[in-house]
Ligand binder design. Sequence first.
Ligand code: ASP
Length: 340
Amino acid sequence: MTKVLVIYTGGTIGMIKDPETGLLNSFDFNSVYEHIPELHRLHTEIDTMSVSNPIDSSEMTSTHWIDMAKSIKASYHLYDGFVILHGTDTMSYTASALSFMIQGLQKPVILTGSQLPIGVIRTDGKENLITAIEIAAAKDSNGESIIQEVAVYFEYSLYRGNRSSKVSSHQFEAFKSPNYSELAIAGVNIKYKWSSLFRSKYPEPNYNFGLSNSVALLKIYPGMDINLYRGLFDVTNSKGIVLETFGSGNAPSILEMQGLMKTYIEAGGFIVNITQCSSGGVKQGAYQTSSFFNEIGVISGSDLTVEAAITKLMYILGNESDPAKIKAFIATPICGEMEY
Ligand code: ASP
């Protein structure tokens, strides 16, 4: 029988309504079978593990990501697959971070959660959890895991984790992967999109727990006063900045802003340019308004999501110190997170 480890980190999925107060509280995850007896009918052995302090995912930090990656490392050889139950708010950040921290997965790590708690009658949590476990246990005809990467399962779709984004705070269809096909669609059967699945060049997982917290995010907007953000462009404050620009990577030609960026890069900072559009990517130099970025060494983030751009920068700056390598790694796909 296949074995799956379910790791509960918090979020709406694990909450039930206190019958007396009516408030939502985290339930004891060890009693998950009481709430979802259907789990007994899966032909999979399920072990559960709960973090000591389940949290709303808005409270996630890089330390939590490191703990999750360490839990997977510690039990990697004991299970066929892993399901991480997580709040939806920052699930795509966690999925992206884990994809960089654990490269060379030969087994699935599936994150899921829900918009309504398990204890609520119309919950989406049961289907999400049951199908996530099925996917985590699924093998191909050679006995190998079908999914060999970090993915997000939500409302009948499986997405590559580092391509996913939360797009709705109230609909069950809360996630999208704007620049990459779903990995699978769950209907009557689970239909995998075989040509979209990631396969690593590494034969074994390769764990890197370094993450830099000195990464900033700046979204530009018409009429912005760059002086409000001056402190960001100081390498003693930030080592890298993700810049969310217009359209295919364009920005206003404000001399003061250009000067700050140039000095920042010369002082050793890294700027990654991504689009603030909800799909598509950056083509630096396509317009006059982005050619300056090429001149000063801003790195194109291609079609990275903001979640993937931030966590990729945190990961690279946390593990590499050679500026040429940092630049090259940012611009190169590591685990299917961007187009070349
Ligand atoms: N605030 C919750 C969280 O992200 C929302 C959810 O789980 O859907 O933890």
